[in-house]
Write a protein that binds this ligand. Structure first.
Ligand SMILES: Nc1ncnc2c1ncn2[C@@H]1O[C@H](COP(=O)(O)OP(=O)(O)OP(=O)(O)O)[C@@H](O)[C@H]1O
Length: 282
């Protein structure tokens, strides 16, 4: 028996709205949706997301109060929301700075040093060799690897060096009770550019209490820029890597190598080369 199937009719008011939507409106809405999603992605796992949720609740309550014409409460809430918007840039200065830096940083525009395949392989080999020894001898170390965002402000807090990276050189830097061992060493390309540098501490309160200031300094810097930070614990010898506000702990040499390889890889270099060639041609 044939089934009588009818396509449901779109209600008249919705049809009215749809008839006014053009292709440009669809593009407009898509762009706004992408921007909102990117903002959400940026704020995810940061202190700011809790505040955004609080703000949304406050806005919701204000709308409800307006609808019920509770004039005094809605006046107070409106003032509170305005005050919060003024306070936002002050309270979330680090997050804002990071967001704007992300915006301004094209993949090609970084100021790291170009490495060819051989140099990249060598620096990863020397780094992993040094970290393995530092870990087995329980020598505390903090190694900051610069990526697209320049770290001149961080390296300026320490002692300027500029030496080719070798495992022995790195081991020398972190020998306890020597002038350079305290603080972080900064790596740009295959060179150690500074040591004894001061990093900003994270204010994340949900971190394990096992993590002392060395690890908190690594997470703190990774919240503010795209650097990769390797930490060797003086207490336990464990190796960790901080990136993007997160820390991966208890890494073995193979895992560390797998993390480091793409950081120094030549794919990034070829994009840079494309950019530099394009600039030379201009
Ligand atoms: N803000 C900072 N910037 C750079 N280095 C720092 C900073 N704070 C601490 N450090 C380094 O960490 C050392 C202190 O480490 P602490 O024992 O407090 O941390 P930890 O995370 O428990 O590390 P570990 O497991 O090695 O003991 C300092 O001597 C210094 O070298």
């Amino acid at each position: 028996m044939p089934v009588d199937f009818q396509i449901p009719q779109i209600p008249l008011p919705i049809r009215g709205i749809l008839s006014t939507v053009g292709p440009l409106d669809v593009v407009d809405i898509l762009i706004v949706a992408i921007i909102l999603y990117k903002i959400y992605e940026m704020l995810q796992d940061t202190r700011a997301i809790t505040l955004v949720k609080g703000l949304l609740v406050l806005l919701g309550v204000t709308l409800v109060c307006n609808a019920f014409e509770l004039h005094v409460i809605s006046w107070l809430l409106q003032k509170a929301v305005t005050l919060i918007f003024v306070a936002l840039p002050i309270v979330f200065q680090p997050e804002l700075r990071r967001g704007l830096e992300h915006l301004g940083q094209g993949r090609f525009l970084g100021n790291g040093t170009l490495l060819d395949d051989e140099q990249a392989r060598s620096v990863v080999h020397e780094l992993t060799r040094a970290v393995r020894t530092l870990s087995s001898t329980k020598t505390g170390a903090l190694l900051v690897i610069e990526r697209e965002m320049g770290l001149n402000d961080i390296s300026a807090t320490g002692i300027q060096i500029d030496g080719l990276i070798t495992a022995d050189f790195l081991l020398n830097v972190f020998i306890p009770n020597t002038p350079l061992h305290d603080g972080a060493a900064v790596i740009r390309g295959n060179r150690l550019i500074a040591a004894g540098c001061l990093l900003p501490l994270t204010e994340n309160r949900s971190l394990s209490t096992e993590l002392g200031t060395r690890h908190r300094a690594a997470i703190g810097l990774s919240e503010q820029c795209d650097a990769l930070i390797v930490v060797v614990s003086e207490e336990t010898g464990t190796v960790s890597v901080a990136e993007n506000g997160h820390i991966m702990r208890h890494l073995d040499t193979e895992t560390l190598k797998a993390i480091l390889e793409p950081v120094f890889s030549s794919k990034r270099q070829s994009l840079r080369e494309m950019w530099e060639n394009w600039r030379k041609e201009k």
